[in-house]
Ligand binder design. Sequence first.
Ligand SMILES: Nc1ncnc2c1ncn2[C@@H]1O[C@H](COP(=O)(O)OP(=O)(O)OP(=O)(O)O)[C@@H](O)[C@H]1O
Ligand SMILES: [Mg+2]
Length: 348
Amino acid sequence: MAFLGLGKQSKTVGLDIGSGLIKLAVIDHSAGRPVLTQVSVTPVLADAIVEGEIMDPGVVADAIRGLFVSAGVKQKKVAVAVGGRDVIVKKIQVDRMSEADAFDVVRWEAQQYVPFDIEGVELDFQVLDPDGEGLQMDVLLVAAKRELVETKMALLGDAGLDAQVVDVDAFALHNAFELNYPAAMRGVAALINIGHEVTNVNVVQDGVPLLTRDLSIGTRKFREDLQRERGLSSEAADGLLQGYERSPDLDPYVQNRGEEIAVGVERAAAFLQTASRDSATIARVFCCGGGARIPGLTDVMSRRLRMPVEVANPIQALEVKNGAFGPLSVDEVAPLLMQVVGLALRRA
Ligand SMILES: Nc1ncnc2c1ncn2[C@@H]1O[C@H](COP(=O)(O)OP(=O)(O)OP(=O)(O)O)[C@@H](O)[C@H]1O
Ligand SMILES: [Mg+2]
């Protein structure tokens, strides 16, 4: 599902504009299977993007432009995503009918779930059980404020780029997750993207992205904890957060914030219990994003949630061309690439 059609390129350039790091991934689809051919990242200046909102479009556009130049990527058509409060993903039931007929009905139904003016909304949907025989069918509805899509397109324009597809971030994550963890597509799993500012909690049931929630926690908060309470410089704090060892300086914050994230997962789980017909229980948790690398964090979450929590790898089952990562350390950067890989997986 997407808000814009795909073009004809054999390569898809995914662009994930995060508040901490802008990530670019190129996937070549010409061989009939996806091959990751290039990955590049660039940091975003502090506070240029706050809680998903682009405060300084000029700075961000320059950073994107610079990233494309230094990576030597010439293709202007890119796949991007929108997310956050103004995107709604919801599984609804409507009377069974052909997909062509369903559009108006879904649009009508959507009005009760979309807390903003339906006229200003980009809408898409997918019938989840097209071969089902019941009188009703399950439809996954996705709605985004049009303004959000327009702002993203304007930013791309400023960077000299053009949108090939505007996806929803939860779906992009899901895309990459599905390719790499097919076994997790049975039953209920949570995929948690712990970014610089925001943690997205996504619950997937039998391969369908069921629920998405954002928590205001990210690596930035951990860094601020360490600066404020341990007097560390931001470089020293980042060193600990991006390292491989636990440390007494770091452990208390990992404990607190890890539990905070786990509580977010528990809330999502509780919501599912009440909302779904076939009481769904989360069985496994996967983490990605820069925060997933924080030493000890997945252990804290696992202990609290009493279930396995692991760091998800977006290239676990993806073919990677030699040298695709350039000078980047694959182990260090891979967990941050789930969303951008999901975007680049969308093929023309
Ligand atoms: N190898 C790495 N290179 C750069 N940053 C890293 C690395 N490993 C961990 N980090 C941390 O992860 C953060 C970026 O993570 P990520 O790319 O998932 O966030 P984001 O997408 O920019 O943020 P958000 O989704 O909240 O807008 C950095 O700000 C840094 O704190
Ligand atoms: Mg992110």
